[in-house]
Design a protein around this ligand. Structure first.
Ligand SMILES: NC(=O)NCCC[C@H](N)C(=O)O
Length: 252
């Protein structure tokens, strides 16, 4: 099991914000938090592969947004924010080097990986923020032959679909309800009591990685029989990032 990561840019403090107010980022702390995030993945058995740094791109650490990986296919994204478009070249190079087939979202399509939630053959794509209808249609055409069924979901209250919802190993979709546009999209929707609790990275079929900033949600997951690993990512949360954005898991 491998995961792509990308170290934070020295310009990270200039990262984009859309829905929250800017508060100063502590860069040395962000760098330590990133190292600890990578160490947590490794401790859980994930080999981490670093995408070449993109130091001129303040948001480069949010590597998830640059690609959607499905089976042996890497769909290189076309980020909705122009500032982030140069981030994709390094991701493409890394995945080509790992042997993935490469496809690309082309203009006028835009799509951020953070808008794409996959579970068991269904691929929900958030529309309204960084991803547009053309990006969704292109992704659907690329994943359809591989068995991926793409479903559009409105996103207006937060940056990305996965800023609102993610899925537990059993497919239960979790979200902090005030920020979820249409909770009824999912049959198995579980509201969580804290905003940073809405994001999990699946480590294996009974373990999740989540922000240290959501202790009540962590207890809720433990009561459901999950093992919870926490990381402090406060400096990334100041830029609307969450645990999912900092890696791309490669399961193939
Ligand atoms: N997948 C994600 O949720 N990515 C977070 C990206 C945050 C970054 N500051 C941005 O606005 O693009």
């Amino acid at each position: 099991m491998r995961a792509l990561v990308r170290r934070p840019s020295p310009r990270m403090a200039e990262g984009l914000i859309t829905h929250i107010a800017r508060t100063p980022v502590d860069l040395p702390l962000a760098q330590r938090q990133w190292e600890a995030y990578v160490a947590a993945l490794r401790a859980e058995g994930w080999e981490t592969v670093e995408v070449a740094p993109a130091d001129d791109c303040p948001d480069a650490a949010f590597v998830e947004d640059t690609v959607v990986v499905y089976g042996d296919l890497a769909v290189i994204s076309r980020p909705g924010a122009d500032e982030r478009k140069p981030e994709t070249a390094g991701t493409e190079e890394a995945l080509r080097g790992l042997g993935y087939r490469i496809a690309r979202i082309e203009a006028p399509g835009t799509l951020d990986g953070g808008d794409v939630l996959k579970h068991d053959g269904t691929v929900w794509v958030g529309l309204g923020g960084r991803t547009n209808a053309s990006g969704l249609e292109q992704l659907a055409a690329l994943l359809g032959p591989l068995g991926g069924r793409v479903v559009g979901v409105p996103v207006a209250k937060v940056l990305h679909l996965k800023s609102a919802v993610t899925a537990l190993p059993d497919g239960t979709v979790i979200g902090y309800e005030p920020l979820v546009d249409e909770p009824a999209t999912w049959d198995a929707f579980l509201p969580v009591p804290e905003e940073p609790g809405a994001h999990v990275v699946l480590l294996d079929d009974r373990s999740v990685l989540m922000s240290a900033n959501a202790p009540r949600t962590a207890r809720l997951f433990e009561e459901r029989g999950l093992r919870v690993v926490t990381v402090d990512i406060s400096e990334f949360e100041k830029l609307e990032g969450c645990v999912t954005c900092l890696s791309v898991r490669l399961r193939g």
